[in-house]
Structures are given as C-alpha cells and as structure tokens.
Design a protein around this ligand. Sequence first.
Ligand code: GDP
Length: 294
Amino acid sequence: MFENLQDKLNKAIKTLKGQGRITEINVAATIKEVRRALTDADVNYKVAKEITDRIRDKALDRKVLISVEPGQLFVKIVQEELTELMGGEAQGINIKGDPAVMLIAGLQGSGKTTFSGKLAAYLKKQGRSVLLVAADIYRPAAIDQLKVLGEQVGVEVYAEPENKNAVEIAQNGIALARKTGKKIVIVDTAGRLAVDEAMMQEIEALKRAIAPTETLFVVDSMTGQDAVNTAKTFNERLNFDGVVLTKLDGDARGGAALSIKTVVNKPIKFISTGEKMEALDVFYPDRMASRILG
Ligand code: GDP
C-alpha cells in the first residue's frame, strides 16, 4: 500500500537525517520534495501545499535546525500532520436506533455490495443482529451477489426482485427488521458508472424516506483524484456521514486517502483491503500515517 509515496517521502526525509548541521535551505528543499511526493501520489495540489506549509512552520518553530536529531523530529512532525490530514482521531459508526439503518452509497464497481457484506459480518461478530437489504433495482445480479455474501457471513438478505421501487424495498426491509428484532439494517443501493442526475435523485429520495442513522459513501481508492471529485458530488447531494475507501490492497497511490477528509470534511471510517469478507478495517489515521512513513 502506497509504496511509491513511502519511498519518495523517505528519500526526501533522508537528506535531513544524514546531516550534522541543518539549515533553513535544507528544510526548504526537503519540504519541496515532500510536496512533490504528495502531488505525485495524486494528493490534491492545494491540500499538498497546505500540509507542507504547516510542516515547514512546525519544523522551524520546533527548532529542527538546532535539534540533536533533526531527521527524527522532522519525521515526527510529518507523522502528526499526515494524521491530522486524514482526520485525527478514528471515528466509529453510530449504531444507535431501533433498528439503526446504514445506507450504502457510491458508484457502480466501487465495492458497495462487497462492503455491505463485510459490514454485516463485522457487526455480527460484535454480537449484533443484522439484516441486509438489496435495494439495487437495476442489476438483478446485484441481488444475487448480496445473497451469496449474506449466506457466506450468515446474515439474512431481504430482497424484492420484482419491485422497482427502491424506497419501498428499503422501507419493507426496515419494517421486517423491526418485526423480527434485528437491530441493524444495511441498505445496499444501486450505483451507476458515473454520477448522473437520475441516480442522485433516487438516492436522495431514499435517504429522505428512510432517514438512515449512517450514510456511508463507498469509493475506490485506485481512482485517485476522481475519487475525491466523486466524494464532493455525493457529499453535496447526500451530506453523508463517512467514507469507506476500498481496494487499498491494489496499487492505489494514496491521494484519495490523504485528500478526501480535507476536501469533504467527513471522516474516513473504514478501509477495505481485499475481496474476502474479513478484509475490512476500521480506519485509524495515526496508523495509516505510520504506514505511509514506513
Ligand atoms: P458495487 O458495484 O459498488 O456493489 O461493487 P462490488 O462490491 O460488486 O465490487 C466490485 C468489484 O470489486 C468486485 O469484483 C469486488 O470483488 C471487488 N472489490 C470490492 N472491494 C474490494 C477491495 O477492497 N479490494 C479488491 N481487490 N477488490 C475489491
């Protein structure tokens, strides 16, 4: 994950580590390299500039220049700023409600259905009773896919293959959960290949109708800057509660993970790192920052 970024950041910082005496010019040169490493990793330019300006100010404030171990101090500052950039504290999901309803949104292929299955497995493991609802009314295959995943993780899946009204399906699913004492409902929705008006209106209507406890926006981290732009569009329409970054096991460059929080001001809550149902992690900004710095 993010090997390239890790490489470049470490190279940039190494120039500070090896030197006995550091000057402001050394710091400026390193900052420039750090900024380039970030933009090469697809981090939004404005975000990269802001964070590197802060790193520079902190480095000079904390007297990296006269520190006994300037390299180490600099790494610590970069670590703190990367953590802050990705949201600071880890943010869990809100599961209060009777039932708590999770609305899963995003583009087709982003990993929504896979994530729905994973989230169900994750909550079930915590001892909670969960119902999955298949509200993708365009792709019959999506219903089957969710059923397969539900079976795999031992969670019931509610579907109405003949019904073309996503709001109705979701409402019926929630009613069933109430009747059968299920505490959490996860609603998997339809996604198109690109953001389009009809799709946005449908998911907006769905959100209004079912008033979810959590609306989670699922996005493929491999799509870099596009991931950030899609997040912006979805957030403007849906005002979602959190982001799920998928496919971090691939060769994502890191831009989405590093820019999304700043651009939409919503926390990343989960990361998905594979196709298997266990490949889901709560997102911890500090752990991710440590990983990025190797
Ligand atoms: P949806 O259209 O948004 O519901 O997307 P799917 O859940 O069907 O996922 C699209 C494809 O991406 C499927 O082949 C999944 O197995 C795969 N996928 C989903 N999440 C991940 C992940 O974290 N890592 C990898 N490598 N593949 C994933």
